[in-house]
Design a protein around this ligand. Structure first.
Ligand code: NDP
Ligand code: GDR
Length: 366
């Protein structure tokens, strides 16, 4: 991808003559950010993404849609440096970009890691959402742009130990620093809606996966291992609790629901889920079975992957989203697992070429 100066210097806040809608996305480099960007570009939006500084490029998931504004001044996706821990950067970009819709997807999103770095997780996930809401509020107050809409990436983790099925009325009982922080972000969003009349919505999304899922979430960890075991690059897969149940959908379907929430007449909160739940063990069965392997020959339980407090069973009731938004998932569980395995077998084959040519160690993962 192009040099960093290109990204931070690229914005003048003016759209092309056709006057497209303008979206601002935090967390654009993540799984959901990449699918949401593709979705909004297809709808004709101009998309601005806030990315954080990293010593390595962190834009792999959006490289395929990035056009250097030096080459194409009207490139419809632009990237800018900011951070949810830096309030001034959020307000500055809001003023420069003047978005119609703001999607707050940025997070330290790994539940287990949140037990290791709780302060940081709270700072980004809870206070970060507050900083962005406050930036939106003060931007509206200074400019009168009261039509700006805000989406908050809420999570089924907020339900924690409350038994399924979980819907918008289910009490929260969060079980990790990450989940507690998401509960705070949820209520900040409700409060800014009630106190200032901001069009702010909480999407309470259940787990959603894809071939772009981070490699240390359990689904992708499994499908990466299946690919590598299939081509002979790996033999063991170390996992924690196999009995946890999750309502797993496809990320591509879920970003559509985010957008739909912001197209309604009134702001509200919605659960987004497939309404089907499977254990990690069932995921293993389908993923290994699909390529003719037996998971029990390869999986080793490692206590280090157990969490101090676990969320045992999540299964959403998304009746409200299905009725009001007319949203429903298109990709089912089996199809999702197969899609991820197919992509990861291809990825492993490419790794194998590098290993066989002596360019990569089999233990290494690019
Ligand atoms: P990812 O972990 O894939 O992406 C997180 C994004 O946040 C990345 O772009 C990351 O940047 C960015 N980020 C992290 N810290 C900061 C920071 N301090 N300042 C600015 N940006 C930061 O998450 P997903 O795409 O899977 O999820 C999107 C959102 O939805 C998250 O808020 C997540 O908590 C929430 N969610 C996800 C669900 C799921 O199943 N995927 C379900 C429910 C909610 P970088 O690339 O540099 O790391
Ligand atoms: P989750 O996703 O915690 O639901 O959060 P994750 O894939 O990390 O865990 C799902 C379940 O699998 C069990 N598990 C393991 N998990 C990981 N990561 N690694 C392992 O080796 C392993 N072995 C077993 C876990 O204990 C857990 O029960 C995701 C994130 O995307 C959040 O940001 C989001 O809010 C929620 O989904 C909804």
């Amino acid at each position: 991808m192009a040099a960093e100066t290109t990204r931070s210097e690229s914005t003048n806040g003016t759209g092309p003559e056709s006057n497209p809608k303008v979206a601002l996305i935090t967390g654009i480099t993540g799984q959901d950010g990449s699918y949401l960007t593709e979705f909004l570009l297809n709808k004709g939006y101009q998309v601005h993404g806030l990315i954080r500084r990293s010593s390595n490029f962190n834009t792999q998931r959006i490289n395929h849609i990035y056009i250097d504004p030096h080459n194409a001044p009207k490139a419809q996706m632009k990237l800018h440096y900011a951070d949810l821990t830096d309030a001034s950067s959020l307000r500055r970009w809001l003023d420069i970009i003047s978005p119609d819709e703001v999607y707050n997807l940025a997070a330290q999103s790994h539940v287990a890691v949140s037990f290791e770095i709780p302060d940081y997780t709270a700072d980004v996930v809870a206070t970060g959402a507050l900083r962005l809401l406050e930036a939106v509020r003060s931007h509206i107050s200074a400019t009168g742009r009261s039509h700006v809409k805000y989406y908050q990436a809420g999570s089924s983790e907020m339900f924690g130990s409350t038994p399924p099925p979980q819907d918008e009325t289910t009490p929260f009982h969060p079980r990790s620093p990450y989940a507690v922080s998401k509960v705070a972000a949820h209520w900040y969003t409700v409060n800014y809606r009630e106190a200032y009349g901001i069009f702010a919505c909480n999407g309470i999304l259940f787990n959603h996966e894809s071939p772009r899922r981070g490699e240390n979430f359990v689904t992708r960890k499994i499908t990466r291992a299946v690919g590598r075991i299939k081509v002979g690059l790996q033999s063991k897969l170390f996992l924690g609790n196999l009995q946890a149940s999750r309502d797993w959908g496809f990320a591509g379907d879920y970003v559509e629901a985010m957008w739909m929430m912001l197209q309604q007449e009134k702001p509200d909160d919605y659960v987004v889920a497939t309404e089907e739940s499977h254990t990690v063990e069932e995921f293993l069965e389908v993923a290994f079975g699909y390529v003719g392997l037996k998971w029990k020959d390869h999986v080793v339980i490692d206590k280090r992957y157990f969490r101090p407090t676990e969320v045992d069973n999540l299964k959403g009731d998304s009746s409200k989203a299905r009725k009001v938004l007319e949203w429903k998932p298109k990709v089912g569980f089996q199809e999702l697992v197969k899609m991820m395995v197919d992509e990861d077998v291809e990825l492993a084959k490419r790794e194998k070429v590098l290993v066989d040519a002596g360019y990569m160690d089999a233990q290494q993962q690019p």
